[in-house]
Design a protein around this ligand. Structure first.
Ligand code: PHE
Length: 341
């Protein structure tokens, strides 16, 4: 008898009551009128009278332990239910799901693409993992040009058909791919991500977006380039915008220029963003270098063309008043939610 009591004591301690069904099973086994403990009380009659007080006391304790466990679980379930009911307020408005929306970079890129496609430009894309020869050689970069320096370029250390593979540092290799692929006339824009191994800060990041333009036809002149850029700038930045072409250098264009627009935040008066100059640089451009045309099997005596390449992210930052370029790439949902569709 004593052993039975002890093993039941342990069983009561170990019994896990996680659900109401568990509670009912516990009750049926231990505390009901025909349960195990009641049976033991019935057997108490046949215990040696000398032992009876001690065994009786043990049995009483067993009964109390079972009842206490049973009560505790009953109360816990009742409290859970009351809490659950109190929490349901049927008058509260439903919770709205967050529907995804376009990333600010894609919004601005979309606007740029629309403007150029209205002017008759098609869209071309190329790989971000690019051959050194397309990113540099074919674009007329001399072998020792400083832009190939390890500081600017993320090289991937394997060779493919004798050319190093790298993360493209600009969208200009897409020009090469398009010219190798098609015969002129050609009129395309090439939007995409580019990579540069630069120090990361609020103003520069190791990844950013460019939009390249290429137009090859008979008798294309710098005047055509200026008119196209001007038309783009008026649509993108407002009809009051003025342009400034500053002579510049790119290996793949000759002559080359950098283009500034009047700062559309201060209207050219000078502010913190344009560093008091009244101008914002938006792109590089120029007439496609004859060497580049020859590299792509296009006769520079018959065909000429212009190319331009602009950064997209800076415009995004200005347009949406975002003050740190890193926010564009971190995909933090708290930032993205501020740009609903
Ligand atoms: N690829 C140049 C850059 O990344 C921009 C550019 C494109 C300049 C096309 C001229 C013509 O800086």
């Amino acid at each position: 008898m004593e052993n039975t009591i002890r093993s039941l004591q342990q069983e009561i301690i170990d019994f896990e009551i996680g659900t109401k069904a568990d509670l009912e099973a516990f009750r049926l086994r231990f505390t009901v009128r025909k349960g195990l403990i009641a049976n033991l009380f019935a057997e108490l009659k046949s215990v040696d009278p000398a032992e009876k007080p001690r065994i009786g006391q043990m049995l009483n304790q067993l009964k109390l332990a079972a009842e206490a466990k049973c009560n505790e679980a009953t109360e816990k379930f009742a409290a859970d239910e009351a809490f659950g009911n109190a929490r349901k307020d049927l008058t509260l408005p439903g919770r709205r799901d967050f529907t995804g929306s376009e990333h600010p970079v894609q919004k601005v890129l979309g606007e740029m693409k629309r403007i150029f496609s209205d002017m008759g430009f098609g869209i071309a894309t190329g790989p971000e993992l690019e051959l050194d020869s397309f990113n540099f050689d074919m674009l007329n970069f001399p072998p020792d040009h400083p832009a190939r320096d390890m500081q600017d370029t993320f090289f991937i250390t394997r060779k493919q058909n004798g050319s190093d593979v790298l993360l493209r540092t600009h969208t200009s290799p897409v020009q090469i791919r398009v010219m190798l692929d098609r015969k002129p006339p050609i009129r395309v824009i090439c939007p995409g991500k580019v990579y540069r191994n630069e120090a990361i800060s609020a103003r520069s990041y190791c990844v950013f977006h460019q939009l390249e333009g290429l137009y090859i036809d008979r008798k294309v002149s710098f005047a055509d380039l200026k008119a196209t850029i001007y038309s783009f700038a008026r649509q993108m930045f407002g009809t009051d915008v003025k342009l400034r072409f500053r002579p510049s250098f790119f290996p793949f264009t000759e002559p080359s220029a950098e283009v500034d627009v009047t700062c559309y935040l201060c209207g050219g008066k000078g502010c913190r963003v344009c560093k008091k100059s009244g101008w914002l640089e938006i792109m590089g451009c120029g007439m496609v270098h004859p060497n580049v045309l020859v590299n792509c099997g296009i006769d520079p005596e018959t065909w000429s063309g212009y190319a331009f390449g602009m950064g997209v992210d800076r415009t995004v930052l200005l347009q949406y008043k975002i003050d740190d370029i890193r926010l564009l790439f971190e995909n933090d949902i708290r930032m993205l939610r501020q740009f609903p569709a």
